[in-house]
Ligand binder design. Structure first.
Ligand SMILES: Nc1ncnc2c1ncn2[C@@H]1O[C@H](COP(=O)(O)OP(=O)(O)OP(=O)(O)O)[C@@H](O)[C@H]1O
Length: 787
């Protein structure tokens, strides 16, 4: 039997269109007539004058009741006002701007021909992904297309498609890159600009990039600014060309704690402890060990610290899954960690402030701040990662004695009351010896520790808030020991930390946020591809020698590197915080081994020898008497001097030092023995292979050395240093791109998977869609949304 296809006549079509237009006109009228008195009484989304397609998307996504900020902001945004909105963390700001964005374009009957209609800018990639996910869910039944400017696709692919989306979400650097480079991206028709976490985007670090973006947008657009901590700077508003903006503060409306602008959820329990810098890691360890069933988010100041703590704790095995997330990771790793952390019930994530803003991880039990945040807004955003949308959550801030007074008073001046906790001595376990032992046995860990030390010092020095951050009062030598370092890395600190001018600080922030890919586009070819002129295979050791701040690695490597580089000055531009160089001491005799043989195995052997040498007895120090005879130093001490040194103390110190040496030597011996066993095994296998007539090259086989020195993450993160901060590649899809794009196969396959089951629903052909888990999922979902 031939199925009759239902064709719609032209007349039917135009009647349908007329009906739709009539409905839209009615809605527009309702919006115009809507008064605050009226909308303040609303409780559900369906009371708002919203289009049926969007209401359906909201309902299917489980959004029924309005939150305070949604009730107040959505009607005013729909009325086309410029908006400055503030509301507590986790109170539903995302929907407050996404709903008006979608509605605005529907009211304007926006189509692919109209180009970019709305631009949503976020400070971090993870936040952009989250907003994109929410948009896909609620916009499922609309005809609009959306694009996400984030990692993984090649530039030419993006360039073609970026011009065909209606709503674009991204981070400032990558957006600007597309505005500058993609001819298809036309912004002159833009209706709406949204800055989520506006104060962060407007802050000094993003200033130049944002100004360049704003310069390309039409002034007639509507502008929405959302954050938990809002700017009211007149200068900022002028920069954004906002016209008589409406201030909406949901915190004041529902009487948040203290009626403050920066109030926090009532369900959040906040506390702080006072702990010296050198005891922080031990305290963190003890905390984690006593909360193995919790979901914990730990904030530290820098990527290097995250990396180091993660590696150390991983080796010490606390008994809870550990993760790390920071801006120097590859985009893929960042997204994978976000997904994993979202899904985990008990785990501990070490992160930088890249996670502090806007990210919505479900059910975090504890937010721990290992390092003091730069200001109160940052504190609020960090603790706001838990106790979201009515859930319970706890936070603990670690303050050093020198920070306590300053920061606690700054918190209370903003009505943020934090309870002081005293940790019982018995609850604390000192893990310094274990960290020292780990660093002693691993040059890589020691290197990470040194980098972590420098990054932390740098993060303190660049702070403006001198009532809290006082580098001169920190026990830096003890801190270095707590990171397992044999001594303090040699830092050249500015004479007075106040020497750092605002301009220097601004430069540093800008440098931190700058899109290195954008910068490198200067060297791009016509397709926008960046050509690596010196492309060659780089070994782990090449990377080691290419690292910035080489000097902290060890004197041995430092000397080698200086010689190899012909004593060039490093390009490290941290001119206020430089490590002193000692290149003059290099001897040629030290070079041949590395110059000639850099195969992995040879390097492993060399390092193993180095470790052995480090553990072995050093030559004894001798002094010479008048007759030229040598004696051990202690022999020549007279009794009086000897007694002055408190013999008992000297004896116990000597015994302790010897015991430590023996423990360390034992570890080294074990390592050497293991190496030898592995080498024997390799030789035996090689012999067997040769006997079987196999003479293939085996120079790249992985031996035990890799297992001792590095970790899979390490090698990743070495690359990370090279990776642009905002490597965001676009994932845009529309029906056309799905037909002809290179990813067609992949997308098709994705739709065939049982994740996205099509379900016939009488007249609508509704898609039942599970939560997307990967970027590919998202991409395909976008496609479906636009079909
Ligand atoms: N009306 C609603 N009904 C049910 N859940 C909601 C509603 N609005 C938001 N949520 C949920 O509340 C959580 C927090 O929302 P959202 O991320 O928008 O908060 P936010 O105010 O932007 O937080 P932050 O200041 O940290 O960025 C999300 O999981 C979201 O799905």
């Amino acid at each position: 039997m031939v199925k009759k296809s239902k064709t719609i006549s032209k007349k039917e079509k135009s009647t349908r269109r007329e009906k739709e237009n009539k409905k839209l006109d009615e809605l527009k009228q309702r919006i115009e007539d809507l008064t605050p008195e009226e909308y303040k009484t609303y409780t559900n989304f369906n009371e708002l004058p919203l289009t049926a397609d969007l209401l359906k998307g909201l309902e299917r996504s489980g959004f029924v009741k309005l939150t305070e900020i949604q009730k107040l902001a959505i009607p005013e945004c729909l009325k086309s006002h410029d908006i400055l909105a503030a509301a507590k963390t986790g109170s539903g700001k995302t929907l407050s701007f996404l709903i008006p964005v979608v509605e605005k374009l529907i009211f304007e009957s926006w189509s692919d021909m109209d180009g970019l209609g709305a631009l949503i800018i976020t400070p971090t990639r993870e936040l952009a992904v989250q907003i994109y996910e929410v948009l896909l869910k609620i916009g499922k039944f609309t005809q609009l297309s959306a694009g996400l400017v984030i990692g993984g696709k090649d530039y030419a692919f993006e360039k073609d498609r970026v011009g065909r989306v209606n709503i674009l979400i991204g981070t400032p650097g990558r957006l600007l890159q597309h505005m500058d480079e993609s001819a298809t991206l036309q912004t002159n028709n833009l209706q709406m600009l949204v800055l989520d976490e506006a104060d962060r985007i407007l802050d000094m670090g993003f200033r130049k990039t944002l100004d360049a973006i704003l310069g390309q947008l039409p002034a007639t657009r509507q502008t929405l600014l959302f954050s938990a901590t809002q700017t009211k700077s007149v200068g900022d508003l002028a920069r954004l060309s906002m016209i008589e903006p409406k201030y909406i503060n949901a915190n004041l409306a529902n009487g948040g704690k203290g009626g403050e602008e920066m109030s926090l959820p009532e369900s959040l329990e906040q506390s702080y402890v006072v702990v010296p810098l050198n005891e922080k890691l031990s305290l963190l360890w003890s905390f984690i060990k006593s909360h193995l069933k919790a979901k914990i988010l730990v904030f530290v100041s820098s990527s290097k610290q995250v990396h180091f703590i993660y590696e150390i704790f991983r080796k010490l095995q606390p008994g809870i899954p550990l993760m790390k997330l920071h801006g120097r990771q590859k985009q893929k790793a960042r997204l994978e960690t976000s997904v994993k952390f979202t899904q985990s019930k008990n785990c501990c994530l070490f992160a930088t402030d890249v996670v502090a803003r806007g990210l919505d991880f479900p059910a975090i039990d504890w937010v721990i701040q290992l390092d003091c945040p730069e200001d109160v807004p940052t504190y609020i955003h960090r603790v706001g990662r838990c106790a979201r949308f009515g859930r319970q959550g706890k936070s603990m801030l670690m303050l050093m004695p020198s920070e306590e007074e300053g920061f606690v008073s700054q918190l209370s001046s903003k009505n943020v009351e934090v309870k002081k906790l005293n940790i019982k001595g018995s609850k604390k376990k000192n893990i310094q010896p274990q960290i020292q032992s780990l660093c002693f046995n691993s040059a890589e860990l020691k290197y990470l520790g040194q980098k972590a030390f420098i990054s932390y010092c740098k993060s303190v020095i660049i702070q403006k808030n001198k009532a809290v951050f006082k580098i001169d009062e920190l026990p830096l030598d003890l801190f270095a020991s707590s990171l397992g370092l044999p001594g303090m890395p040699k830092l050249k600190l500015p004479k007075k930390t106040s020497d750092l001018t605002d301009e220097a600080r601004l430069k540093l922030k800008e440098k931190k946020n700058e899109n290195r890919k954008l910068k490198s586009l200067d060297n791009a070819n016509d397709n926008g591809e960046i050509e690596d002129k010196d492309k060659k295979v780089r070994t782990k050791y090449d990377k080691m020698f290419e690292r910035k701040n080489q000097d902290v690695l060890s004197e041995h490597y430092m000397k080698l590197n200086a010689e190899l580089k012909g004593d060039e000055e490093s390009e490290d531009d941290d001119d206020f915080l430089k490590v002193k160089r000692r290149v003059d001491e290099v001897k040629n005799s030290e070079l041949p081994e590395l110059e000639i043989n850099t195969s992995k195995r040879a390097m492993k052997k060399a390092l193993s020898r180095k470790l052995t040498a480090m553990g072995s007895e050093k030559g004894a120090k001798l002094v010479f008497d008048d007759e030229g005879k040598s004696h051990p130093v202690y022999e020549l001490d007279d009794e009086e001097t000897f007694l002055k040194q408190e013999p008992e103390k000297v004896k116990s110190e000597f015994l302790l030092a010897e015991r430590e040496k023996m423990t360390m030597q034992d570890e080294v011996d074990k390592g050497v023995a293991k190496d030898k066993r592995a080498e024997k095994k390799r030789k035996r296998k090689e012999l067997e292979r040769h006997m079987n007539g196999d003479y293939s090259d085996d120079s790249e086989d992985e031996g035990p050395f890799v297992a001792t020195l590095g970790t899979p993450q390490n090698s990743d993160d070495e690359n990370d240093e090279e990776i642009p901060d905002l490597v965001n590649d676009l994932e845009v899809s529309d029906s056309e791109s799905a037909e002809d794009g290179p990813d067609k196969k992949k997308q098709k396959k994705w739709f065939e998977s049982d994740k996205y089951k099509e379900r016939d629903q009488e007249d609508e052909g509704i898609l039942e869609i599970e939560q997307p888990e990967t970027i590919d999922d998202l991409e395909a979902l976008t496609l479906k949304l636009m079909e």
